[in-house]
Design a protein around this ligand. Sequence first.
Ligand SMILES: NC(=O)C1=CN([C@@H]2O[C@H](COP(=O)(O)OP(=O)(O)OC[C@H]3O[C@@H](n4cnc5c(N)ncnc54)[C@H](O)[C@@H]3O)[C@@H](O)[C@H]2O)C=CC1
Ligand SMILES: O=C(O)[C@@H]1CCC=N1
Length: 280
Amino acid sequence: MDPEMDTQLKIGFIGAGNMAFGIAKGILSGNALPVNVSVSAPSSRNLGRFQELGIAVTHSNIEVVCGSDVVFVAVKPHLIPLVLNEISQHVTDRHTIVSVAAGVTLATLEELLPENSVVIRLMPNLPCMVQEGALLFARGTHAKPDDGALLRSLLHRCGLVEEGPETWIDIHTGLSGSGVAFVYLFAEALAEGAVKMGMPSALAQSIASQTVLGAGRLLRDSGKHPAQLRSDVCTPGGTTIYGLHTLEQGGMRATTMSAVESATERARELGRKSAAGSRK
Ligand SMILES: NC(=O)C1=CN([C@@H]2O[C@H](COP(=O)(O)OP(=O)(O)OC[C@H]3O[C@@H](n4cnc5c(N)ncnc54)[C@H](O)[C@@H]3O)[C@@H](O)[C@H]2O)C=CC1
Ligand SMILES: O=C(O)[C@@H]1CCC=N1
């Protein structure tokens, strides 16, 4: 892709779900590059919020591909073979195809697209919606460092954007794509603990959210290891060490590690399924 060829980079989204919306919002929020964005989905159900951002909407995936330089494919993993088969003949060397589908490998994506297609596999997470995402991408066989650099500059308002080898993408899916749901479960449990002890639910929930937010910001911004911060909270013989002991008795650390492992394994399994689907 050569952004110099046109002053406005054309960005398309296939699929109008939460991930497409979060990424589109990030791209449009104060990006230095002038961009023109369009989105397609079979029904009009989710298109209104895109229109509110000034994004052109259509029911035609092909229209999006033909009018875009960078195409984000943001449909569920099992629909990737169907969608790429549909658009394949319209993909040219002008395009960069960026898939956000969990598990679906670069090899499968490249197999479903014309030879030499520029393909990037990106794993975002839901907090892209508030520009606090954690995104990791891997470049396909024909995607050059410049293609990665352009993607980075497009996405920098979505949150932390890193590049790595493809083997890390499924791990990042477990750690962060799914990991946000693990954090929500913990936030919910924190609040329910407070409700059990007699606090009103709405207040408990709002304090739990702020606790997760504050703990996260301090962890990120201090650059300290979580164990160091945990120790900073613990007064010897105080309340926190009693609570931490209870969490350790419940196996929270091992359970969380196993959750990341299960989600990573599931991403790998989805990848094998979509590879089999692409060969049908
Ligand atoms: N939701 C999340 O937290 C994350 C999701 N992902 C990945 O993002 C992708 C999308 O996920 P969500 O946004 O959560 O899903 P979603 O269900 O919210 O959105 C999927 C969209 O695809 C559209 N769609 C269905 N069939 C289509 C077709 N044939 N052509 C064009 N559009 C079609 C639907 O109408 C919908 O707008 C998935 O592959 C998922 O693995 C990745 C990271 C995090
Ligand atoms: O649950 C899923 O499959 C997707 C990928 C990561 C987050 N949501």
